[in-house]
Design a protein around this ligand. Structure first.
Ligand code: NAD
Length: 209
C-alpha cells in the first residue's frame, strides 16, 4: 500500500469514514459512490477521492467503492486489526463510566486492567477488569504489552504518571484530564480530549445562527 506523509486533517477524517462505513455495512449496503458517501458525510466527493489516494487506489472509476472492502482497508489503516491493549488509570466517575460503557473492542482495543490509589476501588473488578494498586503499575507494564494508557486521574497527578510510563516505553496516551499534555518525545502520541471543545463549537453555532 502506498503511504505518503499523511496530514493531520486526513487522519482525523479516517475515523469518520470508518464509522460511516460500519453503518453502511450494518445496513447491508454493498457498494457506494464517493458522491453518495460525500453527501452522507457532508464533504465533497473530490475530498474523499483525494483522502483515499493518500493510501492507494480503493475504488474503480465510475463504479464506486465496495463498502465491506473499504471498511476493512480503512480499519486496517487505523490499526483496528492490530489487537491493541490498554490500561485505565483513575477509576473515579469518568474512568468508571468509560470501563463500564465505552466499547473499546469496536476500535480494536482490549482493556487489560485499571489502576487507582483509592482502597475503595483497588481490588474490585469492573466489567471483568481488575482494578490494581498504583504501586504495582511499573511491574505490570514491564510484563504486559500495553499500547495505550487512558488517563482519568485528577489533573495534579497526570504529569508524573505520564513521565513514569513514558520511561517504561508507553507510546500512547488518551488524556481526559483537561490538561493539554505535550509529548516530549516524538515517538509518544497523546490525544487530549476536551468535552467542552465540542460543546463550545455547538455554542458558537447556535449563537451565530
Ligand atoms: P474522580 O475524582 O471521580 O476520579 C479520579 C480517580 O483517580 C479517583 O478514583 C482517585 O482515587 C484516582 N486517583 C487520584 N490520584 C491518583 C493517582 N496518583 N494515581 C492513580 N489514581 C489516582 O474524577 P473524575 O470526575 O473521574 O475525573 C477524572 C479526570 O477527568 C479529571 O482530571 C477531570 O478533570 C477529568 N474530566 C472529568 C469529566 C467528568 O465528566 N467527570 C469530564 C471531563 C474531564
Amino acid at each position: 500500500m502506498k503511504k505518503q506523509n499523511i496530514s493531520d486533517a486526513v487522519i482525523r477524517r479516517l475515523p469518520r469514514y470508518y464509522r460511516h462505513l460500519n453503518d453502511l455495512c450494518a445496513k447491508g449496503v454493498v457498494r457506494i459512490s464517493s458522491h453518495s458517501l460525500g453527501l452522507k458525510m457532508d464533504i465533497t466527493a473530490s475530498q474523499i477521492r483525494q483522502d483515499f489516494s493518500c493510501f492507494g487506489e480503493f475504488g474503480q472509476q465510475g463504479y464506486g467503492y465496495n463498502v465491506e472492502e473499504l471498511r476493512a482497508e480503512i480499519g486496517h489503516i487505523l490499526g483496528v486489526d492490530q489487537d491493541h491493549h490498554l490500561i485505565v488509570i483513575g477509576v473515579g466517575n469518568l474512568g468508571h463510566a468509560l470501563i463500564q460503557n465505552f466499547r473499546f473492542a469496536q476500535s480494536g482495543f482490549t482493556v487489560d486492567a485499571a489502576f487507582d490509589v483509592s482502597p475503595q476501588v483497588v481490588g474490585t473488578t469492573l466489567n471483568n477488569i481488575p482494578v490494581l494498586p498504583m504501586d504495582s503499575l511499573e511491574d505490570y507494564v514491564k510484563v504486559h504489552k500495553i499500547d495505550v494508557v487512558v488517563l482519568t486521574v485528577p489533573k495534579a497527578a497526570v504529569q508524573d504518571i505520564v513521565d513514569r510510563l513514558t520511561q517504561l516505553g508507553i507510546r500512547g496516551f488518551w488524556n481526559f484530564t483537561n490538561i493539554e499534555l505535550e509529548a516530549k518525545d516524538p515517538e509518544v502520541k497523546i490525544e487530549n480530549i476536551h468535552f467542552s471543545d465540542s460543546l463550545l463549537t455547538l455554542s458558537y453555532r447556535i449563537a451565530n445562527n
